[in-house]
Design a protein around this ligand. Structure first.
Ligand code: GLN
Length: 386
């Protein structure tokens, strides 16, 4: 067989998707890959039914349907206070996964360095490899996932082209404070570095935490590339609707990369989703209340079982401390958890650069019945003790 590419040689199957497969194999309650098992808003699916008949069914303009981009700009302005030009500052992508890939490919050259906080969402590692870059990892130190500004500056001194910030953060649940974002922003300005943000959990926050938009901070607009999506905010992870908001020059390049990567996002889904982008503040308040309920149900149950875990400020994941179980490999633990206890989780080692084997990630974007069933099964978790 002719040889395959060197660049992709190091790839393995995504651990998150692998754990979904393993959970399904064992009929486990799948709390590994983060996606809701409840329905999206009724208004959205009702309009989708209408669109399925009346269209559009052909390609939208490559950078995203005009009315969809206009609706995105309006919604983003409402929450961030930033005025965004839908024509020169937004491109619609196939999920924020493509948004991040297209952004990284547009700003980094092979051999460039990119700062990534650890723990990190596993795709960032793959994105840097695909764009030929080398990640520099800066630890977010548990239990509060703080970073040391001196360690961060040392990373900036290595001359990175970009820094990636996931805020609210998957898997740690950290919500970066304005002070922390200003510290990062000042370093990005000092060392002339792009800031690529992943803000897909911007509306999934637990009081009193607030989402601060990096791009809205002084001096940051012109160097910040925002990656976002509708997946989490409107419970439509399968629609694959993402977007990038960036300064016009950078966006021009991202548009071109996007055009050749995927041509465009699904036209009927963009049209249907315009309904969601027009929801008023009540929707976001209810979303937050719903997530707070799910978090309280799940973390309350874990606490009753005497388990130790991180309590998130945002997003919908917890990191469960498995040190009491005596495993030296967290993947083995997750396989046993799926096959013997019946709950799917993701090994923490897939998110950490550091040698961390004592944490596993579980998510709680699920109906009460699913969470209760997971908790019932987890009541037996100590049978895994070695
Ligand atoms: N962001 C979600 C997670 O971390 C889903 C990842 C994916 O499979 N696209 O689980």
């Amino acid at each position: 067989m002719p040889q395959l590419s060197k660049r992709t040689e190091v790839f393995t199957e995504s651990v998150i998707r692998m754990m979904t497969r393993i959970s399904n194999e064992y009929g486990a309650v799948n709390l590994s890959q983060g996606f809701p098992d409840f329905e999206p808003p009724e208004a959205l699916t009702a309009y989708l039914r209408e669109i399925s008949v009346k269209g559009p069914h052909q390609y939208a303009i490559t950078w995203g349907a005009q009315n969809f981009r206009e609706a995105l700009a309006k919604k983003h302005e409402h929450f961030s206070g930033m005025k965004v030009d839908p024509n020169s500052e937004i491109v619609v992508t196939c999920g924020s996964t493509e948004a991040m890939m297209a952004s990284m490919m547009s700003v980094v050259n092979p051999g460039d360095k990119v700062i990534v906080f650890s723990p990190f969402y596993e795709n960032y590692g793959a994105d840097t490899i695909l764009s030929g870059a080398e990640p520099i990892y800066v630890p977010l130190v548990p239990p509060h996932f703080d970073f040391d500004a001196n360690v961060l500056e040392d990373a900036f001194k290595k001359g990175p082209k970009a820094i990636v910030i996931c805020n609210p953060s998957n898997p740690s649940g950290k919500v970066f404070t304005e002070k922390e974002l200003r510290t990062i922003g000042e370093l990005a300005i000092k060392y002339d570095t792009w800031v690529i943000t992943d803000e897909v959990y911007e509306h999934i926050l637990y009081a009193p935490n607030k989402h601060v938009y990096m791009a809205a901070l002084p001096g940051m607009r012109e160097r910040t590339i925002i990656c976002n999506s509708l997946s989490k905010t409107y419970s439509i992870t399968g629609w694959r609707l993402g977007y990038v908001i960036a300064p016009p020059d950078a966006l021009d390049r991202i548009k071109q990369v996007h055009d050749f990567l995927t041509v465009g996002a699904a036209a009927p889904l963009m049209e249907a989703a315009t309904v969601a982008l027009a929801f008023d503040d009540n929707y976001y308040r209810e979303l937050q209340a719903h997530y707070t309920h799910m978090k309280n149900l799940f973390t309350g149950g874990l606490r009753d079982l005497g388990l130790n875990f991180t309590d998130p400020q945002g997003a919908y994941y917890i990191l469960l401390d498995i040190s009491e179980f005596g495993y030296d490999n967290d993947t083995d633990f997750c396989i046993d958890l799926a096959s013997k206890v019946g709950v799917g989780a993701v090994p923490g080692s897939s998110f950490f650069r550091e040698d961390v084997n004592s944490l596993v990630r579980l998510h709680f974007a699920k109906q009460d019945a699913t969470l209760n069933s997971a908790l019932e099964r987890l009541a037996d978790i100590r049978k895994l003790k070695k």
